[in-house]
Design a binder for this molecule. Structure first.
Ligand code: NAD
Ligand code: MG
Length: 409
């Protein structure tokens, strides 16, 4: 019996808070947890707008808390859950997310909210010394070194759910010494190339949100799908890798691998390159991190290499996909640059999804905001939030300045 199993046997199942339970990551997490009811107990589930889906999840998992955004939604949901005999208490608002993330009954917090909206609850989980499973990469990009420092103080255990970082984590030695000491030469992040891998840049102005969200390999929320189409997702992941693994930007490379079977690799100084493979299904990294260091069934189809036949690789094209270049530059610049990059990207992607900005103009908006804002140190959570808010205002202006000319027809 492993140490983890022994502690589970002594004290019952692990209490899990799933923040962003109704999203793509949240639903996959609950599917894995449902396979292991003796091992994991949902203590808190949260949603933003999909309250009826949250109600169904509460009826199935009977958590102690459900968190919604608006107070009105909370009253209605509480009434429905009470009528169904469900023991859940409904809370509302961003502070409630922080409250459940730090709740003593919670051992593991799954950060599945999208964007900077997940920053404060992730911070609360790390401050409370929890096991924190990070899917929500934006907080790590904005304030990763602060979160890593906080984790070192509180003993929080940060485990990556992002498939690439989970793969890197699996390929690094268990001792978790520094990369240099471990003999690591570089981290190699794989990238599917997104839906426009072979599309000429001249066609980007006419791309619609639905085309951008039609990812060839992964089924995900709309924001990360657009990020995958611009390759900003890989840029954010490059910064995320620097934060999580204490790597310098020049120690992290990106390779296009359209089949998405190798989820990332670690190259050692002796020439060995270790890779983690699997079908592109987030339940694998989720199961890995939920049970770490044990291995549990994830419900995922087994990898059939003869059926896949071949694995291809090519270098990324930073001319057609400038977001990758912008993110690498922000990683090198450091200080406020990653938070500014992230904020400008969130505003530009939202404007694109709302039909107010063309796909081709997304990197233009980000580049103009980065160029105009002075780089400042960000050594507190408040400083990160201030930079985030300032960059959002600048990005809104940059979007408005492009007007209808910037939107697809
Ligand atoms: P999604 O859009 O499917 O789900 C987002 C979740 O966050 C929903 O539950 C929604 O209710 C909640 N939410 C949205 N805005 C909120 C707000 N302002 N306040 C509180 N809650 C809010 O997104 P997703 O695809 O599940 O991605 C979630 C995060 O995980 C993102 O940061 C993404 O980059 C990362 N990620 C996702 C995948 C994937 O396969 N989906 C893979 C790797 C990393
Ligand atoms: Mg990823």
């Amino acid at each position: 019996m492993s140490q983890h199993e022994r502690s589970a046997a002594k004290s019952g199942p692990d209490g899990v808070a799933v923040l962003g339970a109704t999203g793509s990551i949240g639903v996959s997490t609950l599917r894995v947890m449902a396979l292991h009811p003796k091992r994991f107990q949902a203590v808190a589930l949260s949603a933003f707008q999909r309250v009826s889906e949250l109600r169904e999840q509460c009826l199935q998992f009977r958590p102690r808390y459900a968190v919604v955004h608006a107070v009105e939604g909370a009253y209605a949901l509480q009434h429905e859950l009470d009528a169904a005999g469900c023991p859940t208490t409904v809370l509302a608002g961003p502070e409630a997310l922080e409250q459940v993330a730090a709740d003593p009954a919670v051992a593991t917090v799954v950060c599945g909210i999208v964007g900077a909206a997940g920053l404060k609850s992730a911070w609360a989980a790390v401050a409370a010394g929890k096991r924190v499973l990070f899917a929500n990469k934006e907080p790590l990009v904005m304030s990763g070194h602060l979160l890593m420092d906080l984790a070192a103080q509180t003993g929080a255990e940060l485990l990556p759910l992002d498939s690439e970082h989970n793969a890197v984590f699996q390929c690094l030695p268990p001792s978790r010494v520094g990369l240099g000491q471990a003999g690591v030469r570089r981290i190699l992040l794989t990238c599917s190339g997104g839906p426009f891998r072979n599309t000429p840049a001249s066609a980007f102005a006419a791309v619609t949100p639905d085309q951008a969200c039609a990812h060839p390999r992964w089924s995900m929320g709309r924001k990360i799908s657009v990020d995958s189409a611009t390759l900003m997702n890989k840029g954010l992941e490059l910064i995320e890798a620097c934060r999580l693994f204490h790597a310098a930007p020049e120690q992290v490379d990106v390779v296009i691998h359209p089949q998405s079977v190798i989820h990332s690799l670690v190259e050692y100084v002796d020439g060995s390159v270790l890779a983690q493979l699997g079908n592109p299904d987030m339940r694998t990294p989720i199961a890995h991190a939920l049970a770490f260091p044990d291995r549990i069934e994830a419900g995922v189809a087994r990898l059939n290499l003869p059926e896949i036949g071949r694995l291809d690789f090519e270098p990324p094209d930073e001319t057609r996909f400038p977001c990758l270049r912008l993110a690498r530059q922000a990683a090198i610049t450091g200080a406020s640059a990653p938070a500014v990059l992230n904020a400008a990207n969130e505003v530009a992607v939202e404007a694109f999804l709302a039909g107010r900005l063309s796909f081709a103009a997304i990197p233009e908006v980000i580049e103009s905001v980065l160029a105009a804002r002075p780089v400042v140190p960000v050594e507190t959570l408040e400083a990160v939030i201030a930079e985030d808010e300032g960059a959002r205002r600048d990005a809104q202006q940059a979007v408005a300045a492009r007007g209808r000319k910037g939107a697809f027809a």
